[in-house]
Design a protein around this ligand. Structure first.
Ligand SMILES: C[S@@+](CC[C@H](N)C(=O)[O-])C[C@H]1O[C@@H](n2cnc3c(N)ncnc32)[C@H](O)[C@@H]1O
Length: 432
């Protein structure tokens, strides 16, 4: 009953637990504001919890897109509803077992919902159905060049979880299904990919608990369906924050652009950072280095598609043995410094210093590990604690901005720390 668009008035009239005289929009407003303070964007959530109603003993969680709220804070229609994920405070041990069971069943459903979305994302099923507008499962399978048996089962599951609507045997996307398309603006795709990557990491951590072995970066490449989505997931998760918030706040970029300078991106992923810079600054040149061939191939292809083949180049290689042909005007590392920190912190910082032109900048963007453990309880930081566990498998750990500042100071470099996303993201700019 929640798969279609509802506005507050319909909701008020339809759902019994809402007081008929209560304005559902006002209720939504109140709760949305409360949760807005938690910086849901940082938690990679695209939907804000706006209200919960008890129906047959279960809590139905209502969401609407963050982006929509930002554009039209005055009107908050409940455009999509469903049990996607329940945002709760950490468990109180005195809560009775039935309540706990209900809560955990809902959380399990949230995970299942994202797992089903992952299949639709990686199999291009959302995108294909979007172009077809409507199709039977076999017709969708044929258009997506996939096995009909699997697609028939997927359509049932995607229907059950509200990604598809059905008329007879013909399916079409709901607005939630449309939002899962990787091409959709503010796509929900990163959450689907992250959910399966997290499950993979949890399974690896469980298996490594006894031996203490830390296999390294290789664990990221162990799932053939996840690896190609690693770059797009990070791009969709952080690209707009960089473009709209971080880039304008850091004057080093326009300074380097004015002299047609070289920006080196170490651990560049699929190259989105350099593509954003190339779009905004007409003169700077970019070189990206990454250890995974898949990332470099995507970075190359995307730079070509966007017409930057002459200005942006990408190489596969290891940061620890890389030789730069000319000193750089700016060296960027986005979520990459923590990957090399444990292996050779002093060597990396000496390398950064020595490969920058005098007056050049190192721009380091890292998730900010909090100084107090209690900060991890904040819903916007819980995912960081899981990330740190999965970083441990890879031989890494997340860093406090102060540690990065101290490492630059050892090289005699002055730093400025910029904080974004409710202090969860830190950009440290150091000048040689
Ligand atoms: C979390 S990802 C960030 C990717 C990209 N900077 C972004 O923001 O989307 C870290 C990247 O660093 C790369 N990396 C880690 N250690 C590396 C090394 N020693 N040499 C080259 N690349 C490395 C990984 O392949 C991965 O693409």
């Amino acid at each position: 009953m929640f798969h279609d668009s509802f506005d507050g008035a319909i909701l008020t009239g339809t759902i019994a637990p809402f007081d008929e005289h209560q304005n559902a929009l006002a209720v939504a407003d109140e709760v949305a504001l409360q949760f807005d303070e938690l910086d849901l964007q940082q938690a990679q959530l695209r939907f804000v919890f706006v209200a919960g109603v008890m129906i047959s003993g279960g809590v139905v969680v209502l969401f609407h897109p963050v982006s929509f709220m930002a554009k039209r804070p005055d009107t908050i229609p409940l455009v999509q509803c469903g049990i996607i994920r329940q945002i709760t405070q950490p468990q109180d041990p005195t809560v009775n077992s039935e309540t706990l069971k209900t809560q955990f069943r809902q959380q399990a459903q949230g995970a299942l919902s994202l797992n089903i979305a992952f299949i639709g994302v990686t199999g291009s099923l959302f995108t294909t159905l979007y172009h077809l507008q409507s199709a039977t499962a076999p017709a969708l399978a044929e258009a997506a060049r996939l096995d009909a048996g699997y697609v028939i089962r997927w359509c049932d599951a995607a229907y059950a979880f509200g990604y598809l609507e059905a008329e007879g045997d013909t399916f079409n996307l709901t607005s939630m299904g449309e939002a899962m398309r990787p091409e959709a603006s503010d796509s929900l795709m990163p959450m689907a990919v992250q959910s399966v990557l997290s499950a993979h990491m949890a399974e690896r951590a469980a298996g490594l608990l006894h031996s203490g072995e830390r296999p390294g970066e290789v664990v990221l490449a162990e799932r053939a369906t996840v690896l190609p989505w690693f770059g797009p997931m990070l791009e969709a998760g952080f690209g707009s924050m960089f473009e709209n918030t971080i880039c304008p706040a850091i004057p080093a970029f326009s300074e380097v652009d004015a002299r047609g300078g070289l920006v080196l991106d170490l651990g560049c992923g699929n190259g989105w950072y350099l593509r954003v810079l190339a779009r905004h600054y007409a003169h700077l040149r970019g070189l990206g280095l990454d250890g995974f061939a898949e990332n470099v191939a995507q970075a190359d292809a995307r730079a070509r598609t966007e017409g930057f083949a002459g200005r942006l180049h990408f190489e596969q290689g290891d940061i620890h043995d890389f030789t730069l042909q000319e000193p750089a005007d700016l060296i960027a590392m986005n979520r990459a410094l923590h990957h090399v920190w444990e292996h050779d912190r002093a060597g990396i910082f000496a390398w950064l210093h020595d490969n920058l032109k005098p007056g050049g900048y190192a721009v380091i963007w890292e998730p900010a590990w909090p100084t107090e453990r209690s900060a991890l309880r904040d819903p916007s930081r819980r995912a960081l604690s899981f990330q740190n566990l999965s970083e441990h498998i890879q031989g890494n750990h997340l860093l406090q901005p102060g540690e990065i500042v101290a490492a630059f100071a050892e090289q005699g470099m002055q730093t400025q720390v910029y904080r974004f996303a409710d202090d969860n993201e830190a950009v440290i700019v150091a000048r040689r």
